[in-house]
Design a protein around this ligand. Structure first.
Ligand SMILES: *Cc1c(COP(=O)(O)O)cnc(C)c1O
Length: 462
């Protein structure tokens, strides 16, 4: 499988090259040159299989050529062995025809572990074979950073630097980033918001001297390997409720559009997905866009669902690429317009987006109310992000098509909001109950490209 850029100007790469590179050199995002399709019978055969086996069958066409079958099976096995649930992504019923897909049983209690744990092992095998090393820099609104640190800590071919917005992540998120003692782990608290961190990261990738000098690699959700790992649980969940013999819909709490874009690929691969519903908090650029108001940046407003406090959704570029008929130059032009505020989506592209996507926005009060109602009516204590999904999922639920809402984090990752809403304190799973006693290690740093690049150059292992 070859990988191409959404902006059409970067060289085609193999899966391994696209994974090690992250962002394409024309500023675009990598996508497979063709989306592989699974037949009805191949999808039906997934029912009842272990998660790891489904993962292998779904992802293999994307990675073959870069890894051997045995290598890839072994990588998958190691990626998910540290999860606290044998089903990996268990499904619970909330209401008639409404199900909750629990994606928070990984080592950092959020869905990002599904992709990050896999990427950690993929990088390790690929770099070992090349006798090479890389510097991983990630920007996080909280969950990506901890998941990346947990996946790369202690690997000798990798230094990992994580930029997070100072004071804008929850204490559990911060501690998961600042307490690992491994010397290749560097947590950087940036004086800015998440969009500033993400912009700084993009600027580092576009500074080719720096990029090549430190062998920069990215594991943000722009990395196609992340998206790939997330396709798997759409298949495992859908076959559990009767696909491919019936249609299924998904509601996805969305920030950077990575998770829901994986659902779009699952649909294009042949999974009979009826609707993909984007659920946003008050930072609602995606909801506004899908409602026909164009894609225009606003100011990011901090919320009780901080992992979705995003005004520019990196992966939306991938959806636009398909909506604009795979026209890289059209996408490049839109991204230019975005630099100065935003753009209107063409009528044809809007129709293409509406074939798959719906959307809804949830206020802070509604989020709290949904946490309370979900505990009362379904006996589940959920995190604020998942609550946003549940509220929008309920609004889009129908009698004919089962709705599966993605629960993206464990409630214990956001204890303040959960306790305020429900009166119940969500305990950490016992495997990480000493998190508040471990010493922290973090560097506070200005929102300034030179300061960040100097710090990174000064702290990578030789
Ligand atoms: C990252 C994250 C999201 C948003 O996912 P995207 O792929 O960025 O859309 C939602 N909820 C939680 C808990 C997250 O960590």
């Amino acid at each position: 499988m070859k990988y191409i850029s959404t902006r059409g100007q970067a060289p085609e790469l193999t899966f391994e090259e696209a994974m090690l590179t992250g962002l394409a050199r024309d500023g675009g995002l990598y996508l497979p040159a063709e989306i592989p399709v699974m037949s009805h019978d191949e999808i039906a055969a997934l029912a009842g299989l272990p998660y790891e086996e489904i993962a292998f069958r779904v992802m293999w066409p994307y990675v073959s050529g870069s890894f051997s079958e045995d290598e890839f099976k072994d990588i998958i096995a190691r990626a998910y062995e540290g999860f606290g649930h044998d089903a990996r992504a268990p499904l619970k019923q909330l209401n008639e025809n409404h199900f909750l897909l629990e994606l928070f049983h990984g080592p950092t209690l959020a869905f990002k572990d599904f992709a990050m744990q896999l990427i950690g092992h993929l990088f390790q095998v690929a770099l070992k074979r090349r006798n090479d090393r890389v510097t991983i820099v990630g920007a996080t609104s909280g969950d990506t950073g901890s998941a990346a640190i947990e996946a790369f800590r202690g690997l000798d071919a990798v230094d990992v630097f994580i930029l997070f917005p100072h004071g804008r992540v929850s204490e559990v998120q911060r501690r998961q980033m600042t307490t690992p003692a491994d010397s290749n782990v560097h947590a950087l608290a940036v004086d800015g918001d998440f969009d500033d961190c993400q912009a700084a990261l993009k600027d580092m990738f576009n500074d080719f001297d720096f990029r090549d000098g430190v062998k920069l690699a990215g594991v943000n959700s722009i990395n196609f390997a992340r998206v790939l790992a997330q396709i798997v649980y759409y298949f495992s969940a859908a076959v559990s409720v009767g696909a491919p013999h019936r249609k299924v819909s998904f509601t996805v709490p969305t920030g950077n559009f990575g998770d829901i874009f994986a659902g779009y690929l699952a649909k294009r691969m042949g999974l009979p997905i009826d609707r993909l519903v984007v659920a946003t908090n008050q930072n609602d650029i995606l909801h506004r866009c899908l409602s026909g108001e164009g894609y225009f940046k606003g100011d990011t407003i901090p919320s009780i669902s901080p992992s979705m406090d995003i005004q520019v959704s990196s992966n939306f570029e991938r959806a636009l690429y398909y909506a604009y008929g795979e026209d890289g130059s059209a996408v490049a032009q839109l991204m230019d317009e975005l630099k100065t505020g935003g753009f209107n989506v063409s009528q044809g592209a809007m129709e293409a987006l509406r074939e798959s996507f719906d959307s809804g926005r949830v206020s802070e009060d509604e989020t709290l109310e949904t946490i309370k109602q979900t505990l009362t009516h379904s006996a589940e204590l959920v995190c604020p992000h998942s609550a946003i999904g549940i509220k929008v999922g309920e609004e889009h639920r129908s009698a004919e098509v089962p709705m599966i809402t993605l629960a993206t984090a464990h409630p214990a990752k956001f204890p303040a909001a959960v306790e305020k809403a429900s009166g119940e304190h969500p305990p950490l799973p016992s495997r990480m109950s000493d998190l508040y006693e471990r010493p922290e290690r973090v560097t506070r740093i200005a929102n300034d490209l030179d300061a960040l690049e100097d710090h990174i150059k000064g702290h990578i292992a030789e």
